[in-house]
Design a protein around this ligand. Structure first.
Ligand SMILES: [Zn+2]
Length: 75
């Protein structure tokens, strides 16, 4: 079992495959929980979490408080 070594996307909650090459849309990136523009600490380990690149960029694009409510199926 290596489930504990597998990071989970902080945005969609899905597992992240670390073997994917950088630049792949499902490769892992660091997501800043508090955006740097809002005073988040870029070096604090408590302000970063792993995320899929596509999730991170989707979130970063329109950074309003998007709440995952029922009925939102963005697939
Ligand atoms: Zn994700």
């Amino acid at each position: 079992m290596r489930a504990q070594l597998e990071p989970v996307c902080g945005i969609c909650g899905g597992p992240i495959d670390l073997s994917l090459p950088a630049g792949h849309k499902e490769s892992w990136t660091l997501d800043h929980i508090i955006p740097l523009a809002q005073g988040g600490d870029p070096e604090s380990p408590y302000n970063v979490r792993p995320a899929h690149m596509r999730c991170n960029s989707a979130r970063g694009a329109g950074s309003r408080a998007v709440r995952a409510t029922r009925g939102s199926r963005a697939w």
